[in-house]
Design a protein around this ligand. Structure first.
Ligand code: AKG
Length: 285
């Protein structure tokens, strides 16, 4: 953890992206302050009971709290979802108007077993190898250790085709201090580890997807009126946005008008900015 909020120094983005491209993941250490973590923990506390909100299957984890609709329950998680260093990466990895796909807390209680290996955008039925349709982040709210169930990754597996990991495939635990985050490709094989320690391991995982792909959680419905309090950037990630020319409209209008009467999409410049970025991504065409 750091005493002060980490910035986004020049050159850092290129380094983060290079590691991500090479290994399929990158760890950003000490990215939020102790005070920010304390606020998040306090908001989550009522949802982390050992006997409630446990997973319904082995993937969710029978000894794991899974807290969904998170921004409605713990609004300070917005700090993680739109963290500047993560967003800087997303702006390069996904198309403009990318969306928040899932956003949940995962609290592994002692005795939780290792999760099945998987990759996060596997439910989009497109053959591999392929570009990722989503990018995931897992924030360590507690220290992540080998003993307490740190997320395990298979470095380089984001480039795999249709091969699957076997019992002998080596995984690497992402050991990191509370307040750090691992950002990884939706095509990277990984899992939650087994918690062999005596204390719970708390993580928060915002996952982002291309603007043309369906979100795992319906964030507009899940967040409700509380969405009006978030930044325009976060509102757009929730679904208050248009993917040109008109994906996401409500009754023919920009959805942000539902939470902001004064919103004028033409005056915002967002449409022009997105169109220019798409042209850049297509090499000027
Ligand atoms: O809890 C973890 O460390 C990873 C969980 C995960 O990958 C998932 O549930 O999709």
């Amino acid at each position: 953890m750091t005493a002060e909020r980490a910035g986004n120094p020049a050159g850092q983005l290129a380094d983060d992206l290079a590691r991500y491209e090479r290994d399929g993941f990158v760890v950003i250490p000490g990215a939020v302050t102790d005070a920010e973590l304390d606020t998040i923990r306090a908001e989550l506390e009522p949802h982390l009971d050992e006997s409630r909100l446990l997973g319904r299957n082995d993937f969710e984890g029978f000894r794991t709290n899974r807290v969904y609709a998170l921004l409605a329950k713990a609004p300070s998680v917005a700090t993680l979802v739109e963290h500047e260093r993560v967003v800087a990466m997303l702006d390069r990895l996904l198309m403009p108007n990318y969306l928040l796909s899932a956003n949940l807390a995962i609290n592994l209680w002692p005795g939780e077993t290792a999760q099945q290996l998987h990759f996060d955008d596997s439910f989009y039925p497109l053959p591999r190898p392929r570009p990722a349709i989503s990018v995931s982040a897992i924030w360590a709210i507690d220290d992540f250790t080998e003993e307490n169930g740190a997320t395990e990754v298979i470095a380089g597996s984001h480039r795999w085709g249709d091969e699957v990991p076997g019992p002998d495939t080596a995984t690497t635990p992402v050991v990191m201090t509370a307040g750090s985050v691992v950002v990884f490709s939706g095509t990277l094989w990984h899992r939650g580890g087994a918690n062999r320690s005596a204390r719970p391991r708390l993580a928060i995982t915002p996952q982002y997807c291309e603007p043309w792909a369906r979100q795992q959680e319906q964030h507009v419905l899940a967040t409700g009126d509380g969405a009006a309090a978030f930044s325009p950037r976060l509102q757009a990630m929730l679904g208050y946005s248009i993917h040109p020319p008109f994906m996401g409209h409500v009754n023919g209008l920009h959805p942000r008008r539902l939470i902001d009467d004064a919103y004028d999409p033409a005056a915002s410049g967002a449409g022009e900015a997105a169109t220019a970025r798409y042209a850049e991504m297509r090499g000027g065409r």
